[in-house]
Design a protein around this ligand. Structure first.
Ligand SMILES: Cc1ncc(COP(=O)(O)O)c(C=O)c1O
Length: 423
């Protein structure tokens, strides 16, 4: 077998430079909370392939369900010849998402595609053009979702022009918005929307309940309900982008539940598929069914193998109570990280929820410290801990372990991080 170094050489000759990788170790196999590279080195996984392998890598139920489905049939296209598992995944989405109102769902391949479709549905149902998004938001890499995403580098730089009718409002970011509480931050956002867009032009307000790539920003309590209430009062569709926060990641099926939100539409992907590409839009039946037959879909959306994986992943989440597991992970990570923060003035904040926790690194006066963040991350990688950075300022280290990670692996990861922070 080739070594990582050999594979990397081959890669440089053929894979486009625009596709990056966090580490240059090539994976041989993975399971639960660890990855093993082709050189036989084990990595503790605090990344979950960016919040995907919530049930663990190669989760036994998922493996078995995929194997069985591949033997039966691999693809028919649901729009050509439908099958049960697509319907069953939609039933699960309807059952698991907040809101007791009548719902419908549709399946897609990726998070960005789900977001695009949620916006299509909202525009179609309301007959309005404008979409409101927030500072630090991340919604994907397609043309529309680049427009919806806030950060220029690396996501948008020189990729424009972008889709029109996208407007950005200020986010509640407690560490960086001068101590505004949720209601005040919502008033500030609503003021921008009403002055610059006008409530009657707004098709949708799209927001991540906890921002992912933008820095694990947890809005002040009350911000999300106030924004949702404004959307309702103005006939705009409130869309929660739960692609990163969904499926037990934050200790609930969906993070919206924590503030009693019942979004009109929810976008979901990542953890839903147990590692296979699948995404969904689920929400109010009157909105979803407003779209004419044939207006939604795609060749692979809700592919039967991905549906089988999703059903097995959801069953695993229920069976192992991974919501409780996420909360337990928080109960280990948060005190350990808070202790590191207490001893280190360069850690401005420990934040997040469940198994979606981050630290924000700063210099004096809360000035972002992306240089140290990159150095700490690199030191973690050198010691065998797979961590990710994020944030508009590149100064947030985020921790997204698989929800089945063992306590010893969690503690080994924390020990590596502790040492890395000293470098
Ligand atoms: C909140 C959120 N929305 C959308 C996306 C895009 O998902 P995908 O990469 O599957 O297109 C992501 C991916 O990180 C995300 O975190």
């Amino acid at each position: 077998m080739s070594t990582s170094e050999e594979l990397h050489k081959r890669r440089l000759a053929v894979v486009a430079k625009g596709v990056g990788s966090v580490v240059s170790a090539y994976v041989d196999h993975a399971g639960g909370g660890t990855l093993t590279d082709v050189d036989g080195r084990e990595w503790i996984d605090f990344a979950s392939g960016i919040a995907v392998t919530n049930v663990g890598n190669a989760a036994p139920r998922v493996v078995e369900a995929v194997r069985a489905q591949v033997e039966r049939f691999t693809h028919t296209c649901f729009m050509v010849a439908p099958y049960e598992s697509y319907v069953a995944v939609c039933e699960q989405l309807i059952d698991l998402t907040p809101g007791t109102f009548e719902k419908r769902a549709a399946l897609f391949n990726s998070g960005a595609e789900a977001v695009e479709n949620a916006v299509k549905i909202a525009r179609h149902a309301t007959g309005r053009p404008a979409v409101i998004v927030f500072d630090h938001a991340y919604h994907g890499r397609t043309n529309l979702t680049m427009a919806l995403t806030a950060k220029n580098m690396p996501y948008k730089h020189r990729f424009g022009p972008f889709a029109p009718e996208v407007y950005r409002a200020p986010m509640s970011y407690p560490l960086r918005d001068g101590g505004l509480d949720g209601a005040e931050a919502a008033r500030r956002a609503v003021d921008v929307i009403e002055k610059q867009v006008g409530g009657s032009n707004v098709a949708a307000v799209l927001i991540e309940p906890i921002q992912g790539e933008g820095g694990f920003v947890v809005p002040a309590p009350g911000f999300l309900p106030a924004i949702a209430a404004w959307a309702k009062a103005n006939g705009a569709v409130f869309i929660a982008d739960e692609i990163q926060t969904g499926f037990a990641r934050t200790g609930r099926w969906f993070a919206s539940e924590d503030e009693g939100l019942e979004p009109d539409l929810i976008t979901t992907a990542k953890g839903m598929g147990g590692g296979l590409p699948i995404a969904g839009v689920v929400g109010r039946a009157d909105l979803m069914d407003a779209v004419h037959a044939g207006g939604l879909g795609g060749t692979y959306g809700g592919n039967p193998v991905a549906c089988a994986a999703a059903l097995a992943a959801i069953e695993t989440m229920r069976e192992l109570d991974l919501n409780a597991a996420a909360r337990r992970i928080e109960s280990v990570l948060r005190p350990a990280l808070s202790e590191m923060a207490a001893a280190d003035p360069g850690i401005a904040e420990v934040r997040g929820r469940g198994a979606m926790i981050a630290i924000e690194l700063v210099l004096a006066d809360n000035e972002p410290d992306p240089t140290r963040t990159a150095a700490v991350s690199k030191a973690c990688h050198e010691a065998g801990l797979l961590t990710l950075t994020c944030g508009t300022y590149g100064n947030v280290l985020r921790f997204l372990p698989p929800l089945v990670i063992s306590d010893p692996d969690l503690h080994r990861g924390l020990d590596i991080l502790r040492r890395a922070l000293l470098t």
